[in-house]
Write a protein that binds this ligand. Structure first.
Ligand code: 2P0
Length: 329
């Protein structure tokens, strides 16, 4: 379809990511500044393509997710920031597709807002550097700041009130260390409590929240060291620790955030059994019931087979580390 003469359009691709050291909680809700830093892996197998078209005469922003009109509120919030800094006044059509089945409950605000930030800023004629793009993506969703970059990535909480020191940076490029992630999907369809609401609840009600924020820096430092030493066992142990600490925080929130189902728990035990049998594999779990197993490429097939046999696991998907967000021609 040919854009109209006065359309400003751009398309970008970004990959999803999973955190090894988790982000949960904000120090500024309006500017979406995280309370703790986080470290993640960008995943090659899960990506979003987003086209943004600013079109004069449109009355409101439109968001189309895999061909279906969806709520544009959060996209509009990011588009407003781009309009404010570029002088482009028009509303926009945002069209997003995923390279994975959207019904599989893997739809990710990380890849979505990273692709939106890159496409919207380019369509509006802004030339932002990587740090500015990461901050823009963070305004849409904290985890999206990390999807700007490939490989292993750290998002800083920063200390400034304006959030200009809360951005992500690459720690290791994807080719440097061939880490592999096996995603075990235990539930088709996204039924999770929204993360923004969930983390607000944790900050307000969990007695564990102050300890979570206090200990975050130590976890980041330990993970940075494990990465610098290419120490996979240390990386895996720290990732499981951060994951279980996060879920302890979630479970101690009122009302409780209990994201696991029976298959999630069975998959945790399958990972323990694989490890007892000598295969170095570790798990992490986000704000949902899917388990992600971290391993080295030579064990990915064995890990995927074992997780695929766990009662309640619907399917598995193997991912290597992916590249950062990019504009598409
Ligand atoms: C993470 N999660 O570090 C953690 C672990 C989920 C569990 O980042 O409110 O969707 O949009 O900034 O980025 C999910 O939170 O939250 C998340 P907002 P986001 O990956």
């Amino acid at each position: 379809d040919q854009p109209l003469g006065n359309d400003r359009t751009a398309t970008a691709r970004a990959h999803s990511n999973i955190a090894l050291i988790k982000y949960w909680g904000k120090r500024d809700a309006a500017l979406n500044i995280p309370a703790v830093g986080s470290i993640s892996l960008t995943l090659d197998a899960l990506s979003t393509d987003t086209r943004v078209t600013f079109r004069s005469g449109l009355e409101q922003d439109e968001f189309w997710l895999v061909g279906t009109r969806a709520d544009a509120t959060r996209a509009s919030h990011l588009l407003d920031i781009v309009r404010d800094s570029s002088g482009v006044g028009s509303r926009a059509v945002v069209e997003s597709t995923n390279n994975f089945p959207t019904a599989a409950g893997l739809a990710s605000s990380a890849s979505g807002f990273a692709a939106l930030a890159v496409a919207a800023s380019a369509a509006a004629g802004l030339s932002l550097d990587d740090r500015e793009l990461s901050i823009l993506a963070r305004r849409g969703s904290g985890s999206a700041a990390r999807s700007l970059f490939g490989g292993i990535v750290e998002l800083y909480a920063g200390t400034r009130d304006d959030g200009l020191d809360s951005f992500a940076e690459p720690v290791l490029p994807p080719e440097t260390w061939p880490l592999t992630v096996v995603v075990a999907i235990t539930e088709l369809g996204q039924k999770s409590v929204n993360s923004t609401a969930g983390m607000g609840g944790s900050a307000l009600t969990s007695p564990f929240y102050p300890a979570w924020v206090d200990t975050g820096k130590d976890d980041l430092a330990a993970m940075r060291l494990a990465i610098a030493n290419r120490d996979f066992e240390q990386l895996g142990e720290l990732a499981e620790y951060s994951c279980l600490k996060l879920h302890g925080l979630m479970m101690s929130t009122r009302p409780a955030l209990l994201y696991w189902n029976a298959a999630t728990m069975a998959a945790i035990h399958a990972v323990y059994e694989l490890r007892a049998s000598g295969i170095p594999v570790y798990f992490t779990i986000d704000a949902g019931p899917q388990l992600k197993a971290l391993c080295l490429p030579e064990h990915a097939g064995t890990v995927a087979d074992a997780l695929g046999q766990v009662a309640g696991v619907q399917e598995t998907r193997i991912s290597t580390l992916g590249h950062g967000a990019q504009l598409l021609p």
